[in-house]
Design a protein around this ligand. Structure first.
Ligand code: CA2
Length: 145
């Protein structure tokens, strides 16, 4: 059994309440429940967190060192701004996948750059909440090899 951590950045707590055309109708709790079901089907333990605070996210990443086997992260707007979260992920040496609900490359130019993609094992975007489930499958395959 592996320990997976799913990290969600700012404003993702509002999922399902606004902008459903971009982010879908599911709430973050719906996504969390689907992720737990998927991880459990592989026999893995999953922790799912969200914060609007950059420092909370950095602290959580730092505390994961040696305790978490794989991270799936949707850094939300911090994708495009946060060298600090990038440095935390780089320091802990836990493999991770970057997920975005929307296709960031079909949106504004400022969303085309990520501070995370070159460090990530993979990047999934534009597939809605399914992206999290595909990331869990990929993590399971990686951890099984
Ligand atoms: O597509 C994604 O998953 C994003 O990471 C979402 C971020 C955005 O800044 C990234 O460029 C792409 C924004 C999350 C905001 O979520 C909301 C949810 C409901 C209502 C309003 C915002």
């Amino acid at each position: 059994m592996a320990k997976l951590l799913i990290i969600n950045g700012p404003n993702l707590n509002m999922l399902g309440t606004r902008e459903p055309d971009i982010y879908g109708h599911e709430t973050l709790l719906d996504i969390e429940n689907s992720c737990i079901t998927k991880a459990s089907s592989f026999g893995h333990n999953l922790e799912f967190i969200q914060s609007n605070s950059e420092s909370d996210l950095i602290n959580k990443i730092q505390q994961s060192r040696g305790l978490v086997d794989y991270i799936v992260i949707n850094p939300a707007a911090f994708t495009h701004t946060s060298v600090a979260i990038r440095d935390a992920l780089s320091a802990i040496e836990v493999p991770f996948i970057e997920v975005h609900l929307s296709n960031v490359f079909a949106r504004e130019a400022f969303r085309h750059h990520s501070y995370f993609s070159d460090l990530a094992q993979g990047v999934i975007c534009g597939l809605g909440s399914q992206g999290y489930l595909f990331a869990i499958e990929a993590a399971h395959k990686f951890l099984s090899e």
